[in-house]
Ligand binder design. Structure first.
Ligand code: FBP
Length: 697
């Protein structure tokens, strides 16, 4: 095409076809916005009521009873449909209300549907009802930064990921001043109810606000949100009330899609180990689901490492009449050995590549690291309390922070009652690579949590793995197995007799598919010596070309590519499961509000079963609280749920460990979940973890 025939860019972008492809309103967006999630059966009734069920029992922490007396005796409530209630009920159900809603903590796919469900139910009950969205998380409540949510705004975000409509933040309403300001905001907006969509810390906040505003008549409700999947509620008798928070399925599916693509690339390019760190601040639920979705070669589960018991050490200690505390839980060194074992086994069948999934919070489950994190949490919190500047402003550089720790270690030598940081701690800390020390000293979030996403966990673990693989290489234990047919062909093509050289070169020159070069042959020189010793070549004679080729092929290079899956999956558009789940949570929360509940968390019981079995409920938050270390002190927080190593889902992953490692000549057993599809039959119904846990009961 000549220049004269080219149309100007201005004219090009005016063309309707060009506008269509450039527009940010694409077909996927149109379909998502138009999709109406199914409603649980109870919501087909014009009204809903709450039925209390005292059969679900909780063991209540006495501190929680003391701190939350007004809501501690709340019961589990089931939402039930009502066709034609009394007039007085209708009046109170349908009265005009002002309701506030806030997102708190990290984004989770489905959040906009919680708003949409609440909005639809509230407007259906009374079109005059106003829903206010607090901006930028709890700060919006404290500073009264809110906007009234309109139909067009809600419609623009239906079934879409992120928390873009009102944004989010991590501030905790944890001081009298912040609490007073929050109360003022609720008063100024004449709120009847406040909905907090958040994780364990945010639901903890919801409980304290519910208690505080009980007398003012402001109802406060929580909604279980977090991609980490660590809000799972059971009662004391093990009945599952909330199997999973919303957002988990989407994030896991997004990570799994990416990781399964790496499995494909890895088996094609056959030169990299892909190291995939996946989010989940502490619990390894996401890693577990990714393992089930992808069958990656190795998946670490933090809770499993903590559960490890070194039997030999225990037996030895028993014989000596002592207790070996170090025998419980896996050390970082041991973990690196376990990984190396898998890598070496795959290499032996010619697979010097693969995919490893590492949960973001895995270090929390490694004893020695956990101790450092806890100690440093206390040190940082104490410093912040005693000084005008916070620890990180006081010591902006690593070198200053280390000097402060050294000072503490010196103090421990002079004062035996000072035990938080002693010389041994300081020495052990010194042995850790600088980047990791910096990571461990990183700023805590507003809830006092250690920020695992800021630490290069993978680098720490893989550093140790690389070091040990080098040792194994020197010992001749880490080698790439050579396919026997390839070996034969190479030697025959070079005019050499494979059966003559085979026993000289290989560990056992039998009929197996893969041959391992002898462990003693660890270098070119050693190979030459072995050939001379066996009379295959003369002194000073070079190594025959085909033998050299085979030897080179057997020497592994350990090459890695590091990936982090977190923010990307967190920002994905929700799966159909999360769209439906979150929308029904929104409907549930309105039902709780309209029926006067407070201090409850909306949930859907039977999430692990088919949609027709889903039951919207309210779970009392206060009885779920227990004491946990935060900012160096014990604080009441909602209990996080970690992976249960006795759960069917975990046991399934364990049972398939060897198979998925794929240390066999055959093809790897990878599973391809495919991308998140919103429509169509191929979209799976719910997380595999839930399916297996339900089937295993
Ligand atoms: P929530 O518990 O608030 O849902 O956040 C979870 C999470 O996505 C973790 O997986 C991750 O460790 C953390 O947030 C990252 O925090 P940030 O967004 O502050 O970097």
């Amino acid at each position: 095409m000549s220049d004269k025939e080219t149309i100007s860019i201005e004219d090009l972008i005016k063309k309707p076809e060009a506008q269509k492809v450039i527009s940010n309103i694409n077909q996927e967006l149109i379909e998502r916005r138009a999709y109406a999630p199914e409603k649980c059966e109870v919501f087909s009734s014009p009204y809903t009521a709450l039925r209390e069920d005292s059969d679900y029992r909780f063991s209540v922490d006495k501190e929680a009873r003391k701190a939350l007396p007004r809501i501690i005796d709340n019961k589990v409530q089931f939402v039930v449909g009502l066709e034609s209630p009394e007039e007085s009920f209708k009046e109170s159900y349908c009265k005009k209300r002002n309701i506030g809603i806030v997102f708190s903590g990290g984004p989770a796919p489905g959040g906009h549907n919680v708003i949409a469900g609440l909005f639809d139910a509230a407007k259906q009950a009374n079109p005059e009802t106003k829903i206010y969205g607090f901006l930028l998380g709890p700060d919006g409540i404290i500073e009264n930064e809110a906007k009234e949510l309109t139909e067009s705004l809600v419609d623009a975000y239906r079934n879409l990921g992120g928390f873009g409509m009102i944004k989010t933040g991590r501030t905790k309403i944890d001081t009298e001043e912040k609490m007073a300001l929050s109360k003022e905001t609720c008063k100024a907006l004449q709120l009847e109810a406040l909905v907090i969509v958040g994780g364990d810390d945010s639901n903890t906040n919801a409980a304290f606000l519910a208690e505080e505003m009980f007398e003012d008549g402001v109802q406060v409700l929580g909604v279980p949100k977090t991609i980490d999947g660590d809000i799972q509620v059971r009662d004391e008798d093990g009945h599952v009330l909330c199997a999973m928070s919303f957002g988990f399925h989407t994030a896991a599916r997004a990570f799994a899609n990416e990781i399964s693509n790496l499995c494909t690339d890895s088996t094609s390019d056959v030169k990299y180990w892909h190291i995939c760190k996946v989010m989940g601040r502490v619990a390894s639920h996401l890693a577990l689901e990714v393992a089930l979705q992808t069958h990656a070669n190795i998946t670490l589960i933090g809770e499993d490492l903590a559960d490890y018991v070194h039997k030999k050490r225990i037996e030895k200690a028993e014989k000596e009449g002592t207790i070996d505390h170090t025998a419980y839980g896996m050390t970082l060194r041991h973990l690196s050995r376990v990984l190396c074992e898998g890598i070496v086994k795959r290499a032996a069948v010619g697979k010097n590549y693969g995919v490893i999934v590492i949960p973001e919070g895995v270090l929390e489950f490694i004893n020695e690291i956990r101790v450092f994190i806890t100690k440093l949490n206390v040190i940082i919190a104490e410093y912040n309390e005693m000084h005008d500047t916070d620890f990180h402003s006081g010591f902006p550089l690593l070198i200053d922070k280390l000097e402060y720790l050294r000072k503490l270690a010196r103090r421990s030598r002079e004062d035996s009652s000072f035990t938080i940081w002693n010389t041994r701690d300081d020495d052990l800390f010194d042995d850790i690579p600088a980047f990791f020390r910096e990571g461990l000293l990183t700023e805590r979030d507003s809830h006092g949590n250690f920020q695992f996403s800021q630490v290069e966990t993978d680098k720490v673990i893989m550093g140790l793995v690389k070091d040990y693989l080098n040792i194994l290489k020197e010992q001749g234990a880490y080698k790439i197995g050579i396919e026997k047919s390839y070996y034969r062909k190479t030697l025959e093509n070079g005019g050499l007799d494979p059966d003559y050289f085979g026993p000289i070169l290989f560990e056992s020159y039998d009929d197996s598919g893969f041959l391992m070069v002898k462990t003693s042959v660890i270098s070119h020189r050693r190979l030459q010596q072995a050939l001379i010793k066996e009379g295959a070549i003369k002194e000073n004679e070079g190594i025959p070309g085909p033998i050299e080729k085979i030897f080179k092929k057997s020497v592994p290079k350990f090459k890695t590519q590091i990936h982090f899956y977190g923010y990307d999956g967190r920002g994905s558009d929700p799966t159909r499961f999360d769209c439906t789940y979150a929308y029904n949570l929104g409907l549930t929360v309105f039902s709780l509000i309209a029926n006067g509940a407070t201090g409850q968390m909306a949930a859907i019981k039977n999430l692990e079963k088919g949609f027709s079995s889903w039951e919207p409920i309210g779970i009392p938050i206060a009885p779920l609280m227990h004491l946990e270390e935060r900012k160096g002190m014990l604080a009441l927080v909602m209990e996080k749920s970690v992976v249960d190593v006795n759960s069917p889902a975990f046991k399934a992953v364990k049972a398939f460990r060897d198979k998925w490692l794929g240390a066999v000549p055959e093809k790897d057993e990878y599973r391809r979940p495919g991308p998140i599809r919103f429509a169509g039959k191929s979209e799976e119904e719910r997380p595999i973890t839930l399916v297996l846990n339900a089937l295993g009961k």
